[in-house]
Design a protein around this ligand. Structure first.
Ligand code: 3PG
Length: 306
């Protein structure tokens, strides 16, 4: 059996070593396609793979067509919007993610970006502090919960909304549960996005929603660029010079944001949230273990295309 790691943005070497140990220890072969620049390279590499470990790499119908032996794809990470689930199911391919494995890394980056933003991107002028500010966490999943834990250390006043998480769970974490996304934006000085990109959430963070933020509001996005209605956000930030947008994913219209909102906008050049050795090890080894568990014992825990 051949297991391929196909990562346009590579794991830390120590994580690849750990994955190799799991895969070869189970008697399978490991092959590596890192930093590829053309889809053709991926199409070639998947040809004889029985299993593939990916990150944000796109697995679409064409890739699945090329992967004649493929039985399982594991997205080493949380969001699986980069995998065409219906096409995978049609090709009889199991898709899994590794929930929670990289969530602390993403949550820590939220605060790296936030301190940078409230200190005016280190331009030397007096900024503000996070202590005492109202932080709104949109979706209380693995990342949102880690954000709440760290925010408590900063002395922030923490709010959250999650359409799928009971209020009691949120309150039990010492967080104020609000009734809607709108209420979160109405209330909070800073809103941090932790929703997946789905047909329901795409473009949901729009002009109307963000315009609810109090003066000096900061929107932080370490989720997906697709959840933002970029045209709406640009219009609003043109009207309201008090708002800032910081993101771990460059917007599709990054050049326009950079040109129009100097000093109020920042995006990492490449998605960095999960890019720590620890997160790579956790997610990568979890993915390898899930592949072995599936190929050897038929275990389908964490399958997302059931
Ligand atoms: C995730 O969904 O797990 C994160 O966005 C990390 O994505 P990455 O593995 O491409 O860095």
């Amino acid at each position: 059996m051949k297991v391929l790691i196909a990562t346009e943005k590579p794991f830390a070497k120590v994580a690849v070593d750990g994955i190799r140990q799991e895969i070869e220890g189970a008697g399978y072969e490991l092959t590596l396609l890192e930093k590829y620049t053309e889809k053709a390279q991926l199409l070639e590499a998947v040809k004889d793979a029985d299993a593939v470990i990916i990150r944000s790499d796109i697995i679409d119908n064409e890739v699945l067509d090329a992967a004649k032996q493929l039985k399982i794809v594991v997205r080493a990470g949380a969001g699986y919007d980069n995998v065409d689930l219906a096409a995978a199911t049609a090709h009889n391919v199991v898709v899994m993610n590794t929930p929670g494995q990289n969530s602390n890394a993403v949550a820590e980056l939220v605060f790296g970006l936030l301190v940078f933003a409230v200190r005016n991107f280190y331009n030397g002028k007096a900024g503000t502090e996070l202590k005492g500010k109202k932080l709104g966490i949109l979706a209380f999943g693995n990342v949102g919960r880690n954000v709440a834990r760290i925010a408590a250390g900063f002395g922030m006043d923490i709010y959250a909304y999650d359409a799928f998480c009971p209020k009691e769970v949120i309150e039990a974490a010492g967080v104020h549960a609000v009734d809607s996304t709108e209420a979160l934006f109405d209330t909070c000085d800073i809103v941090s996005l932790h929703i997946p990109a789905t047909p329901e959430t795409k473009n949901s963070i729009n002009y109307e929603m963000v315009s609810r933020m109090p003066k000096g509001g900061i929107l932080i996005n370490t989720a997906r660029k697709e959840v933002i209605d970029e045209a709406g956000l640009i219009k609003l930030m043109e009207e309201r010079e008090d708002l800032k947008y910081v993101s771990d994913i460059a917007p599709a219209t990054a050049e326009e944001f950079a040109a129009k909102f100097a000093g109020r906008y920042f995006a990492t050049p490449k998605k960095m949230g999960a890019q720590t050795a620890e997160a790579n090890i956790n997610a990568g080894i979890a993915a390898a273990k899930q592949i072995v568990g599936f190929l050897r014992d038929g275990i389908t825990k964490f399958q997302v295309n059931k």
